[in-house]
Design a protein around this ligand. Structure first.
Ligand code: FE2
Length: 420
């Protein structure tokens, strides 16, 4: 709790009060037919919420609201918020091989997620009632458009609140956050609506048993998704193991990839250009992976390298490309890696590319790479000060480095952005 900002606390308090007020209003205003069917829906929500699809970027995605919308329609607003609350509080999910549950998740996360879910459920179910949606529908076909609109309200509310969290917790530009967050709006709404409509049709026509039957293919789909993400993670872990092997071989590079990753990400964001941040991140982490194929005696040589030895070192970008070539989802990252020693003026290697011929992301990594390399100890010299490094970066503007990126880098440095 102590590490979060005051502004973030205020947002949590505001959302907490809003969700409690909405809950109180709904409890007072709407009845609920509490029966065994409803209990089953609570259990299904908890299961759906527990099945977080862990993606490598933004934490996780859950499919719980595919159950909450049908509950809002079959049992009304009170049912929806009860399901949302239970689903959120009692779910148990696995992240990084560790089970997460109510008792080991940060309190502020639990408050934030629960409030988000309760508010989204309350707002969307109240909306459904307001547009004259019938609770416990008898004719599903008349209600389809209303259900679609209700899902839209749910997803928009949920994404807006999530967007505010991201803005308060990170320094991303609010415009980008909303653009990125809402880019998946239509598939999300259609997905949720389709699942919701099918569940409602099954329930009305065939009873609760049909809902259970439907739930299994839903689990299977989710499982397949998870397998794809797990497979990617397995690849990444294997390559990370290779990276650690490289760090053992060449201790001077220890921590280098992580710092290059950090500087590159900050620099990339500041350019405002459309960049695949994930691929840039992979490229930064693995940019020197090709050095694994270069002899230790050359990598760790304290003195000046001979021409032959330097030629051997020069092969590391191409060796890296060969190592990662078979990993299809690293295609873009690999292209970036292959050009991280090209120079803006065309004097670099392996292909002597010039200016815009060099991928923009590679040019970003080159700046970050040089800055970190000169500010850390190397076998052939000690670390230089930041000031000396900045002078080198300035001298290399238009030579090794893209002048535009050098200018951005110096500005960011002076703003203290790399020290954070
Ligand atoms: Fe390199």
């Amino acid at each position: 709790m102590s590490s979060i900002s005051k502004e973030f606390k205020n947002l949590l308090v505001f959302l907490g009060i809003l969700s409690i007020s909405l809950t109180a209003y709904i409890f007072f205003r709407y009845p609920l037919k509490f029966n065994s069917d409803f209990m089953l829906f609570i259990v299904l929500t908890i299961i759906a919420e527990s099945l977080v699809i862990v993606t490598s970027t933004r934490g996780g995605v859950t499919l719980g609201f595919g159950v909450i919308i049908p509950v809002a329609i079959i049992f009304g607003p009170k049912g929806a918020i009860i399901c949302a609350a239970f689903g959120n509080l009692l779910s148990i999910y696995k992240v990084d091989n560790q089970y997460k549950h109510l008792f080991n998740i940060d309190v502020h996360k639990t408050i934030g997620n629960s409030a988000n879910y309760i508010i989204s459920s309350a707002v969307s179910s109240l909306f459904y009632v307001m547009i004259n949606g019938e609770i416990g529908v008898t004719n599903i076909y008349n209600s389809m458009i209303l259900m679609l609109l209700t899902s839209l309200v749910f997803v928009v509310t949920n994404m807006t609140i999530t967007g505010f969290f991201i803005i308060k917790l990170t320094d991303y530009d609010p415009k980008d956050v909303f653009k990125e967050n809402f880019s998946g709006l239509i598939p999300n709404v259609l997905g949720v609506s389709a699942v919701s409509i099918i569940i409602v049709i099954a329930y009305i026509n065939f009873g609760v048993e049909a809902v259970l039957l439907l739930f299994f293919p839903y689990l299977l789909i989710r499982y397949s998704f998870q397998l794809v993400f797990d497979m990617r993670q397995a690849y990444i872990n294997t390559i990370k193991a290779l990276s650690s092997a490289l760090e053992e071989k060449d201790p001077y590079t220890q921590g280098h990839s992580e710092r290059v990753e950090k500087y590159s990400a900050i620099l990339a964001k500041a350019t405002g250009r459309k960049i695949d941040m994930q691929q840039l991140q992979y490229a930064a982490i693995f940019h020197d992976i090709g050095k694994i194929g270069i002899m230790d005696t050359i990598l760790n040589k304290p003195g000046k390298l001979t021409i032959e030895e330097f030629d051997a070192i020069k092969e590391h970008p191409s060796k890296g490309v060969r190592i990662l070539d078979s990993v299809s989802f690293l295609k873009k990252a690999n292209e970036i890696i292959g050009s991280h020693h090209e120079h803006y003026d065309g004097t670099g290697y392996p292909n002597g590319l010039k200016g815009d011929e060099i991928p923009f992301e590679s040019r970003i990594i080159t700046v970050a790479d040089i800055f970190d390399a000169v500010t850390t100890d190397r076998p052939y010299r000690g670390a230089m000060t930041d000031q000396e490094a900045l002078e080198i970066i300035t001298q290399e503007s238009g030579r090794k480095l893209d002048p535009y990126l050098v200018e951005r880098f110096l500005t960011l440095y002076n703003e203290g952005r790399f020290a954070e």
